[in-house]
Design a protein around this ligand. Sequence first.
Ligand code: ATR
Length: 301
Amino acid sequence: MKRSYRLGIIGHPVSHSLSPIMHRLAGEMTELDLTYKAFDVRPDMLEQFISRVTGEYSRSFMGSKDTDWPGAESLSGFNVTVPHKVAVIQYLDGLEPDAARIGAVNTVFRRGDKLIGDNTDGYGFLQSLRENAGTDPGGLRVFMYGAGGAARAVAFALSGAGANLVIANRDGAKAQRLVEELTKAGGAAVTADWNAMNLIDSVRAADIIVNTTTVGMKGSGEGALPAMQGIHEGQLVADIVYRPLNTPLLQFAQTQGVRTLDGLWMLIHQGAASFTRWTGEAFPVEAARARLLAELGESNS
Ligand code: ATR
């Protein structure tokens, strides 16, 4: 008999998420009885949603269409996306080490009657570097734009893999806090000031340059990353933004003849880790890539 998994993702908004597409595809290819639903959960409704999952759903919450999430009570696990990645922690029974370090959760699974949070975003980025760019960051110099939630996941993964980090963020205090945490955890990291003059040497000196900010993302408005002029041949330039797939940063790098890594690979590998955590099955990475490229309207290259 086929094993059954009832999975999903919570977010707000959540309708543009690519996760349902790739997890349903993986379910079909692994021949599991698997469903994966998107649940739109407003920030003020998160507690109600979790109580639905745990079966502690109280009558006082009933009677509103905002709390009508059919199937939530039978979820085997779920992904968590914006804006719930930090807020969900207070309702969980435990965290895996990666989620605890990063301070955010993108994957929830059940352990007995407990709900446990994990974070596979950093793993996803690291795996994309290794598998799709053929680069192990151990001992390499990495320049990172950004110090937000996604940056934390990427930074802890890179640091854990032995990279030397330089982190620049518009809000410098945030970069400073992240560097302090990385250093305390035994990593090698320093900050650099968010201004082009200052950054250009740091960018030039890096082996890998990563954008973890939302600059360049579709719908996020105008804005360019400072000191891109420091990019030169021999480096690897990665962006975790995947809408558009070829971001302004990656396009610029390509005009300089520099190798690039797009953010869709990170999305796929974080999904792969979640899928394996829930089901114990390997995730069809290449098929997911082809399917998502089609969804995004890009050719498979
Ligand atoms: P995510 O979870 O996607 O990382 P986030 O935690 O809100 O989202 O972080 C967004 C990142 O993009 C931050 O590093 C943010 O910089 P600040 O901390 O200074 O806000 C960065 N960012 C967003 N818009 C930006 C812009 N126009 N210029 C520079 N950095 C920007």
